[in-house]
Design a binder for this molecule. Structure first.
Ligand code: PEP
Length: 253
């Protein structure tokens, strides 16, 4: 079975102390993950070491960065490189979240560079794609995400692509409380898998975890995760509340 993943994206929320307490509460619940299940906490940069040491002893619980820079190193004050993350033994990094695309003008080409750097430094990227509302309303969502994948992902080799996690996050669903229906999610995830299959073959496409993100909550996670091509979720708001995120973890296949 493909890896089934609950990934928390804290964004720019929580103080260090509150973050530590939240992790303590989640881990204290003692949910034992199955072999194919993973929980990933994408925390702010200054909390990475704390989070890494919190999850260190827990099987299949991991830490992620929320971003890295698209250049290898150099005079880029305030930025964090993939190599730096690797030197802290951080195994995952979100790449191309829609907030970064929008507010920090990240382009598909820049994201291709980030993916290359992550892979060079043995970091598994969680690559985000997804369409804004006007594109969904004009029924152009498939072409839109296909271009995102083509321009950021499809230069990768078959071996590299199996080290990527994809998160489909329709922008109209992020932080809005307006979750995609299970039909909308399954339809898009099946489409994503079909274009991965066209590019890399069905066997490879079947190995790639595709997460859904956009107002995943305790009360809708399980029905979304039960969809055939949905392999878990990337969760913002609901990952900040221990009980809610615990329910979401329990919803994994
Ligand atoms: C996200 O941050 O990627 C996200 C999906 O946020 P939310 O769950 O709050 O919609």
């Amino acid at each position: 079975m493909r890896n089934q993943i609950a990934a928390a994206n804290w964004k720019m929320n929580l103080t260090f102390q509150k973050g530590e307490k939240l992790l303590d509460e989640i881990l204290a619940a003692g949910i034992k993950l199955k072999q194919h299940q993973q929980v990933i906490f994408a925390v702010p940069f200054p909390y990475l070491l704390m989070a890494r040491s919190e999850v260190e002893e827990e099987k299949n619980y991991y830490t992620a960065a929320q971003n890295c820079y698209h250049k290898k190193n150099g005079a880029f004050t305030g930025e964090v490189s993939a190599e730096m993350l690797h030197s802290l033994a951080i195994p995952y990094c979100i790449v191309g979240h829609s907030e970064r695309r929008e507010y920090f003008k990240e382009t598909n080409e820049m994201l291709a560079d980030k993916l290359n750097l992550c892979l060079e430094y043995f970091i598994t990227p969680i690559f985000c794609c997804g369409e804004p509302l006007p594109i969904r309303e004009s029924k152009m969502q498939n072409q839109f995400v296909q271009t995102q994948l083509q321009e950021s992902l499809f230069h990768l080799t078959a071996e590299q692509i199996t080290n990527i996690i994809i998160a489909y996050e329709p922008i109209w669903a992020i932080g809005t409380g307006k979750t995609a229906t299970t039909d909308q999610a399954q339809e898009m995830h099946a489409f994503l898998r079909s274009i991965l299959a066209n590019q890399y073959g069905q066997t490879i496409a079947d190995q790639i975890s595709i997460l859904y993100g956009g107002s995943v909550k305790a009360n809708n996670a399980k029905e979304l995760f039960d969809c055939r091509d949905v392999d878990g979720g990337l969760v913002g708001g609901a990952s900040l509340i221990a009980q809610d995120f615990l329910e979401i973890i329990k919803g994994l296949k």
